[in-house]
Design a protein around this ligand. Structure first.
Ligand SMILES: [Fe+2]
Ligand SMILES: [Fe+2]
Length: 273
């Protein structure tokens, strides 16, 4: 049996992913919601939730799957195509070329193919699903949803009024939160109080309550849509400049969480959860 240097394969895949999500797919630029930052964050979350559960080999395959799980997904796709199946095929071809063993390639392909459904045939699949959904409902979620709206506006090139954007954003949020309520108990345990923080954040958007920066920031995200690297740098400066986050003492802790997450996301190489 051949001895695979998993660490080396992981490093090659990560380098590949950075290039792929950023530039390789024509017209794609860097998707704000399904680009390199998303998959890199999913990889970090994978390590966080599965580090003590999976074997070393499984964990590395999970990290590889995390990095490639949305490799065929364009802004504006919505659900018209099965991006999970297409990404699995693409990743399989790539990993075979990189010399990964057949069983390992199959394990990664299965995890990617199963990341948007609710049936998992391995622990790697289940962990990828959790990590992907956790990234989508983190303290970053409202901002991420807003950016998702922006991506679709850009891809359909229809201008949108602030009020329409607001309605779409809330619709997406409600859909996401309904899904969350049906998450298995074990997953909700892993996610802790994140859903409550989300509810609070969205509540502030709805009421335009004490935290006006929430909607201001979401509107910024909608207008940014998907991003190239220059946008990301501008975005980082923007988040740093929102001092209003600090004004309300009661929510200071939450605001700083959101800010920390956004800044980490905006970094070219986020390295910890
Ligand atoms: Fe996906
Ligand atoms: Fe994803």
């Amino acid at each position: 049996m051949r001895c695979v240097d998993y660490q080396k394969v992981l490093n090659v895949v990560r380098r590949y992913a950075r290039n792929h999500y950023g530039r390789r797919i024509p017209q794609r630029k860097q998707s704000g919601t399904h680009g390199y930052r998303h998959v890199r964050t999913v990889e970090n979350i994978s390590v966080y939730i599965a580090g003590n559960i999976l074997s070393e080999r499984e964990l590395t395959l999970l990290r590889i799957a995390s990095l490639l799980h949305d490799c065929i997904r364009m802004p504006g796709d919505f659900d018209q195509r099965d991006h999970a199946a297409e990404s699995a095929e693409y990743a399989g071809t790539l990993l075979r070329k990189m010399g990964l063993d057949k069983d390992d390639v199959e394990a990664v392909k299965t995890a990617i193919a199963e990341h948007s459904g609710r049936k998992w045939s391995s622990r790697i699949s289940e962990m990828l699903w959790i990590a992907d959904k956790a990234e989508q409902i983190s303290p970053f979620a409202p901002f991420r949803r807003a950016m998702f709206v922006g991506e679709h506006i850009r891809s359909s090139s229809k201008p949108l009024e602030e009020e329409q954007a607001f309605d779409i954003l809330l619709g997406l949020y409600e859909k996401r939160m309904r899904k969350l309520e049906n998450f298995p108990e074990r997953i909700r345990e892993i996610l802790g109080n994140i859903p409550d923080m989300n509810r609070y954040f969205y509540g502030e958007i709805v009421d335009n309550g004490q935290e006006s920066w929430v909607w201001e920031m979401s509107w910024f995200a909608i207008n940014q849509g998907y991003k190239n690297i220059e946008d990301i740098l501008a975005f980082r400066e923007y988040v740093r400049s929102i001092n209003k986050m600090k004004e309300n003492k009661r929510h200071e802790k939450y605001a700083s969480l959101v800010r920390a997450y956004l800044l980490r996301w905006a970094d070219a190489e986020p390295d910890i959860l």
